[in-house]
Design a protein around this ligand. Structure first.
Ligand SMILES: O=C(O)c1ccccc1N[C@@H]1O[C@H](COP(=O)(O)O)[C@@H](O)[C@H]1O
Length: 220
């Protein structure tokens, strides 16, 4: 499946103003993390406030890592999510049971990780490929070797892992994904402390990231 334009998702949103900034800058989707160990985790109340600021035609994605069924159902009963993202080791039968479209994330070390994932999660609406980290499930800011990504794809492929304005155009030209997903690469930075402000997005970085994506859309 070859897109005429690359879809974009800004993940790890924790504030309504960041969701609005992403939508206004042209993002196709935002992501809310329902995984408590993550510094970007949101409560149900926070998620409801964020969703109410999201305009029509922007997809709200709920990200889970090895949740139990009740946890997903509880979120779905209170937060109007458009899409589910399973970022752990959830089998296909688990992902399928919520009567909601879903994508599956796979943490990549080898080409075969991706090839097997296409088979194992064949009912997914897309496969998100992210960097492997032995300690963490995602949101690590790490890239992986894009050359292992197969050209033949039976479903939309979403590239993630360490993307930012400085590398996303190159990534798109090399991988030709259906879409790209970014979290840490558009976060604010605390200059005094010298650390990223996880979960707090920088509107200028979102705009820069999306204009880099658009530069490829327009030229290629
Ligand atoms: O964002 C998180 O904290 C997170 C936690 C657990 C699983 C996934 C998580 N985020 C997803 O990770 C990828 C890559 O993020 P980054 O751009 O490298 O920071 C992305 O899909 C996030 O949605």
């Amino acid at each position: 499946m070859q897109p005429t334009r690359i879809r974009t998702k800004i993940c790890g949103i924790t504030r309504p103003e960041d969701a609005l900034a992403a939508a206004e800058a042209g993002a196709d989707a935002i992501g809310l993390v329902f995984y408590e160990p993550s510094p970007r985790s949101v409560s149900i109340e926070q998620a409801r406030a964020i969703v109410s600021s999201v305009p029509a035609f922007v997809t709200v994605t709920g990200l889970f890592v090895n949740p139990d069924r009740m946890a997903v159902e509880q979120v779905l009963s209170r937060v109007p999510l458009d899409l589910l993202q399973f970022h752990g080791d959830e089998p296909q039968d688990f992902c399928q049971q919520f009567h909601r479209r879903w994508i599956k994330a796979v943490r990549v070390q080898l080409r075969s990780d991706i090839e097997q994932a296409f088979d194992s999660w064949s009912q997914a609406s897309g496969l998100l490929v992210d960097a492997y980290d032995p300690q963490r499930y995602g949101g690590t800011g790490q890239r992986f070797d894009w050359s292992v990504i197969p050209e033949k794809r039976p479903m939309p492929l979403i590239l993630a892992g360490g993307l930012e304005a400085g590398n996303v155009a190159r990534a798109i030209r090399q991988v030709r994904p259906w879409g790209v997903d970014v979290s840490g690469g558009v976060e604010a930075f605390d200059i005094e402390r010298g650390t990223a402000l996880k979960g707090i997005k920088d509107a200028a970085k979102i705009t820069e990231f999306l204009s880099e994506v658009n530069s490829v859309n327009q030229t290629d």
